[in-house]
Design a protein around this ligand. Structure first.
Ligand SMILES: *Cc1c(COP(=O)(O)O)cnc(C)c1O
Length: 426
């Protein structure tokens, strides 16, 4: 057997011991959580117009620290970023049947948050290099019924947000930014998520920093902040005593995050930049090492942006390589690489949109009078996202590990070995 025989064909694996999953929860978080438990006050929220409407001391401390960190006027904690997205869509004053343009290359909740208000998601295509929503496709999808744009700063870098804000202003649209995967990323020096009308971050276990479950909404708009605080905490029971006259979408929820999570969040926020630095360093080394492999496009960072590498997104030139993606992944995995993903999500192709069955069984809201036209979700509406998902996108979940230089070098070695043996995979 030659000495670089692929592990897939019985050769020696490049990576022989599994990389450790990163764990950002340390003694600081344990101490912070313990202090809350010792206090006996695990949540202080009250669902009525009283000082505790805004939550307890750790909720408020975490929110003030997020405001200072992300340089925004308002940070509002929520029990998940999915909850945050629902509050955001409600707060912009969406009406049933309004259309919201959204990226299909995202976690399903970005679009579901729109449907939760009986509004209609309209999917625009993505940019093939950044995987964020394409401004040209947004433009083509604007109709007289469009009310807002939901952009997603996918994998860790900002969408083309200045251009999108300009287009939105021109058409009188609101912009919500799903920055779940990009806390700490920058656009022209500002933090991703803070330029749109509303943005925010997920704090679930899989994200850069986490509190188990949780989310943070950010906005510079006082009125939107108030609406989101109300939606988080039983709006309909609070508006009367708070003296809120505009009852638009004041159907509240319990989206409150607890004191323990916020105490942990305070410690996690202090670690965010260090975690980002580590991922940026690893990504830089990986990109330098993979440079020169034919038919492999490494992540592109847009001008004016920094990338925080939640996912390290690559594109394979399948025609040039002459090997399909599945075979390449098999070979890479056999060499010991974990966290590879063939494609990402095409939300528009989920059964809910293909069958247009959401609320109840008969097709509401699409089959009702509130839906003003026949919105198309058929395969073919987002050719770039579909091609990437079906054929050419190769993701590497950077967020699973805090990769050392040695580990990055092993990954590079594994890629090189597979690329040297491509002919055998045909
Ligand atoms: C994780 C994620 C969400 C959902 O966040 P949760 O906190 O899990 O509810 C939404 N959008 C994107 C892009 C995500 O990555």
């Amino acid at each position: 057997m030659k000495n670089n025989t692929l592990a897939l064909f019985g050769g020696q694996k490049t990576i022989r011991s599994e990389f450790e999953r990163y764990n950002s929860i340390g003694a600081e978080e344990v101490e912070a959580a313990k202090n809350v438990i010792d206090s006996g006050v695990l949540s202080k929220f009250l669902g009525c117009w009283a000082p505790d409407f805004y939550g307890g001391p750790k909720v408020q401390e975490f929110e003030r620290q997020c405001e200072a960190y992300f340089k925004v006027k308002h940070a509002i904690t929520v029990n998940s970023w999915t909850s945050g997205l629902i509050a955001a869509v409600g707060a912009i004053g969406i009406e049933p049947g309004d259309e919201v343009i959204v990226s299909p290359w995202t976690m399903c909740a970005s679009a579901t948050a729109i449907l939760q208000w009986n509004a209609i998601p309209v999917f625009a295509d993505i940019d093939s290099e950044t995987f964020c929503i394409s401004i040209d496709s947004i433009r083509k999808n604007i109709t007289p019924f469009t009310k807002a744009i939901m952009v997603v700063d996918i994998f860790g870098q900002s969408s083309d947000i200045d251009a999108i804000m300009e287009l939105a202003t021109e058409h009188g649209l609101k912009v919500i930014c799903d920055t779940a995967q990009a806390p700490g990323a920058r656009y022209k020096g500002k933090f991703s998520g803070t330029i749109a009308d509303i943005g925010g971050f997920s704090l679930n276990y899989h994200k850069h920093i986490h509190t188990g479950e949780g989310g943070i909404l950010v906005t510079n708009d006082d009125a939107l902040a108030e609406k989101m605080q109300l939606l988080r905490n039983h709006a309909e029971g609070v508006v009367g005593n708070k003296g809120v006259d505009d009852l638009t979408n004041m159907i509240g929820y319990n989206f409150r995050l607890g004191e323990i999570e916020c105490a942990i969040g305070i410690e996690q926020l202090k670690k965010l930049q260090t975690l980002i630095d580590g991922r940026q360093k690893a990504a830089k080394r990986l990109t330098e090492g993979l440079l020169g492999l034919t038919g492999l496009q490494t992540p592109k960072t847009s001008e004016n942006c920094t990338h925080v590498y939640y996912v390290y997104g690559m594109v394979l030139d399948i025609d040039q390589l002459g090997v399909d993606r599945k075979r390449i992944i098999q070979a890479l995995e056999a060499e010991g690489i974990t966290g590879l993903a063939a494609g990402y999500v095409n939300v528009h192709l989920l059964p809910m949109y293909q069958k247009k069955i959401a609320f109840g069984s008969t097709g509401f809201p699409w089959n009702s009078d509130i839906c003003k036209r026949d919105v198309n979700y058929k395969k073919g509406i987002c050719p770039v996202a579909e091609e990437l998902n079906d054929k050419s996108f190769l993701g590497f979940e950077m967020c699973l590990h805090n990769l050392s230089e040695l580990e990055v070098d092993l990954i590079i070695q594994a890629f090189k070995k597979v690329w040297e043996n491509l002919d055998e995979l045909k």
